[in-house]
Design a protein around this ligand. Structure first.
Ligand code: AHR
Length: 792
């Protein structure tokens, strides 16, 4: 974060003109803030790894992409899993997922002029039995040229850099002699780097590693193998990586992407999911054992998010990555339950032991003694020391009596052998259920902004006596009604995090989700970091994460905050929602799911004895989270309510004399920024205004190493906030530091075109004293670091 300017603030005494006053007792020592509070969660979703973080540049490198999970079938471009009785719903769940149409995805055989050549895949002559598919290219006649190209991952996933080197590994066999010409081309076919591969020509598998240098930069490249001679060429594996991966690892991560995580200084990495842990069915759940060893031998798996995971970023790579980041590892295991949002399959009770053993083996691989079975596998893989695995999560988003029983079984078995591990359960905040022991629970929240603004205070009233467990908020994001994620989302997350930090005696860990979205695959609506061939873009939420994670105090300071009574009402039009009406009146002229904004007027005719529900602020996908206006005789009143899944919004009802006859009336609804005006037959019958909302949040703590007070303050209002800080029982230096993230509008966001539109800026604070004013900009997240200089 660059230092961009000097902000002078003036010391003053408190008076009545403040929007927010903080009184911080520097001699106090409230709850310790968990040093593990901020981590990351990686899941193979949105091509987060494949074509994203993981450095492989070629798609379908092992030719396994058309291998289906057992029991699945294909219809057109969809893959259909077998039907199971869903443990969540008790019903048979039918679902289908995308399936590539191309016979051999990502590979194209180019036949020039009179040339004759064919290609097909087979599993008849595997080089690795675990990854059995090979590609057979038959070149009968070279004519004007025969070549095989791969432009997978949207043009080889990254921008090739001039003078950069790329590591090619190819496993092939042939009896032809003339060396293959291997090159990198731009999208117009201009060669930007090449090498040649000598052939052993003995019909046996040869495993070659070569380096190709790019002469020019290229954002959309393709990889080309040219066949100068007729013959049979079998390929088992063709892989290309940048040599310059993160920490220079051979099967490593794309450097610029990994550095985005690195600069969050995450204290832990949760892996591998998420829904991929569970699988669509148990047959395609994530299986760590299949991710070990030579990447060329790994089968990969069609994953829960609709594409193949090559298993290149496997268990060992994850553990190495944790070490490279200086983070602890958190492994999430499957409990014999598939995702309830998909098929909800569960394994038979007698099979549970196998799943428990699999989890124990994973732990043994990471931290077991070299004399153990899996510890020795780790040693052979070049890592005799244990990895920093400290957390194991038992299942992901599983629930119900089956989960509760299995949780106890897993807990007992793992704790008995590894008492030092923290075991995490899927339970939310609702208590112990039937858990015999509960170290930590993992609630997940994907919500609309209002929920996080409100939940900034959620843990203040957490019953610490009753609930003895700690909390890990393993997945959370404001992702509803905020487009692809905007400053409003970031502000609400920052507000939520002030509450988390204040209550860090309870909430010990957090991780935003999902972490990555590769350009071209948005399986999930809002994601923290966007990756394209050329760019890695942090959304404003990313910078909130970075600011909070890089400024963690050791403990909280006693802080009294008074906020001027609010004057701001909840803004309905902050949400980029849609309006619709159900049922549709006969004369409804508007498009289905029309976008709205302040001043939108909806008019329609209806009979007095008809009833309608008018929705706004809804996203197309989330009807159950809409605001609803009930009109007409069915309800007997005009009423408004938000039908969140937790029904948290106040239900407001206005008994008015709604016409109950069968004549037709003219309804008019006008949407305001903070309310709605309803008129019937030209007379205003109800002016509803949304409740007043708090938009200012703060927390303060102390950093023992740097002897600094850290204040985190959020102003999620469109108005500036005059904050007064009063430090008691101590003194602070006159020069401090501010880090500020702000946007002109809540709807603003970073994008590929404007990646740094919202970016934290550092400023020097001058004129600091134990009693000073700090002007908080509208829509801003602020971190103030003030040097403690002892007693005043
Ligand atoms: O983060 C995306 C998904 O959300 C995760 O896979 C799952 O755990 C949750 O439902």
């Amino acid at each position: 974060m660059a230092m961009v300017g000097v902000l002078t603030i003036s010391a003053q005494n408190a008076n009545d003109g403040y929007d927010m006053m903080m009184s911080i007792d520097l001699s106090s020592h409230e709850a310790d803030v968990s040093s593990m509070l901020y981590g990351v969660f990686f899941e193979e979703i949105n091509h987060a790894g494949e074509g994203g973080l993981y450095g492989e540049l070629l798609g379908n490198r092992s030719f396994e992409d058309k291998q289906m999970p057992e029991g699945y079938r294909v219809e057109g471009d969809r893959i259909i899993p077998p039907v199971h009785t869903n443990y969540g719903t008790g019903k048979q769940s039918e679902c289908n997922f995308p399936w590539p149409k191309a016979e051999i995805p990502d590979w194209i055989l180019n036949i020039g002029g009179e040339a004759k050549a064919t290609m097909h895949t087979t599993t008849n002559e595997p080089h690795f039995s675990t990854a059995p598919t090979t590609l057979k290219v038959r070149v009968e006649k070279t004519g004007k040229g025969v070549s095989l190209t791969n432009a997978g991952f949207w043009g080889m996933g990254i921008r090739l850099e001039a003078q950069a080197s790329y590591r090619l590994r190819m496993i092939l066999k042939t009896t032809s002699k003339k060396p293959l010409v291997i090159s990198l081309e731009d999208a117009d076919g201009k060669r930007i780097g090449s090498t040649s591969l000598k052939l052993k020509a003995n019909g046996k598998w040869q495993d070659e590693v070569l380096t190709i240098k790019a002469d020019d930069a290229c954002s959309h490249a393709r990889f080309v193998i040219e066949f100068p001679e007729a013959g049979n060429y079998d390929f088992d594996y063709v892989s290309l990586f940048p040599v310059d991966t993160y920490k220079q690892r051979e099967n490593g991560m794309r450097r610029d992407v990994a550095l985005m995580i690195d600069s969050l200084h995450p204290k832990f990495v949760r892996w591998p999911g998420g829904c991929v842990v569970e699988g669509i069915t148990l047959n395609n759940r994530f299986e760590w054992k299949k991710t070990l060893g030579d990447p060329a031998s790994r089968p990969g798996e069609y994953d829960s998010w609709g594409y193949r995971n090559s298993y290149g970023f496997g268990y060992k790579e994850f553990l190495d990555f944790c070490e490279d980041l200086g983070a602890k590892a958190m492994y999430v295991c499957n409990v014999g339950m598939a995702c309830t949002g998909r098929t909800g399959e569960v394994c038979k009770e007698e099979e549970v032991e196998t799943y428990i053993q699999d989890a124990l083996d994973a732990i043994e691989y990471a931290i077991g003694d070299p004399t153990t079975v899996w510890g020795s596998v780790r040693c052979k893989a070049g890592h005799p020391q244990p990895y920093p695995l400290e957390y194991v999560e038992i299942g992901n988003e599983n629930f119900g009596p089956i989960y509760e029983r299995r949780y106890n079984q897993f807990y007992q078995a793992i704790k008995a052998r590894y008492p030092q591990l923290t075991l995490i359960s899927d339970y939310g905040l609702e208590g112990n259920h039937t858990a015999e022991h509960l170290d930590m629970v993992d609630p997940h929240w994907y919500v609309e902004p209002e929920r996080f603004f409100r939940d900034a205070y959620l843990f203040d009233s957490f019953d610490r006596k009753k609930n003895k467990y700690e909390v890990y908020v393993g997945e959370y994001a404001c992702n509803d009604g905020v487009g692809t994620g905007n400053m409003l989302a970031a502000l609400s997350e920052a507000a939520f995090l002030t509450g988390i930090e204040r209550n860090s005696d309870v909430v010990r860990m957090t991780s935003y989700a999902p972490l990555f979205e590769r350009k071209g695959d948005r399986a999930w609506p809002v994601n923290l970091i966007w990756i394209s061939n050329e760019q890695v873009v942090g959304r404003s939420s990313y910078y909130v994460q970075k600011m909070f994670a890089n400024n963690v105090p050791d403990y909280n300071l006693k802080t009294d905050i008074s906020i001027r009574p609010e004057t701001e009402h909840e803004a309905l039009t902050d949400y980029d929602g849609y309006i619709s009406i159900e049922p549709r009146p006969a004369d409804w002229q508007m498009a289905e799911d029309m976008k709205y904004g302040p001043g939108t007027i909806v008019e329609f005719k209806a009979r007095g004895n008809e009833a309608y529900t008018f929705y706004w602020g809804k996203t197309k996908q989330n009807l159950e989270k809409a605001l609803a206006l009930n009109i007409g005789k069915k309800t007997g009143a005009l009423s408004i309510d938000r039908v969140y899944w937790n029904n948290a919004y106040p239900y407001v009802s206005q008994p008015i004399d709604v016409p109950s006859d069968s004549t037709t009336h003219q309804y008019r609804l006008e949407i305001l920024r903070d309310g709605i005006v309803c008129s019937i037959d030209g007379s205003e019958v109800w002016h509803y205004q949304t409740p007043l909302v708090n938009r200012r949040f703060a927390v303060a703590g102390f950093d023992k190493t740097r002897q600094e007070v850290i204040i985190k303050a959020v102003n999620a209002s469109d108005e500036p906030c005059k904050m007064h800080v009063n430090i008691t029982n101590g003194n602070v230096a006159s020069i401090g530091q501010a880090i500020i993230l702000k946007a002109d509008s809540k709807q603003d966001e970073n994008s590929y075109d404007r990646p740094f539109r919202i970016y934290p800026k550092e400023a020097e604070l001058t004129g600091v004293s134990p009693s000073f004013d700090y002007p908080m900009a509208p829509n801003s997240v602020n971190i103030l670091r003030l040097k403690s200089i002892g007693q005043d």
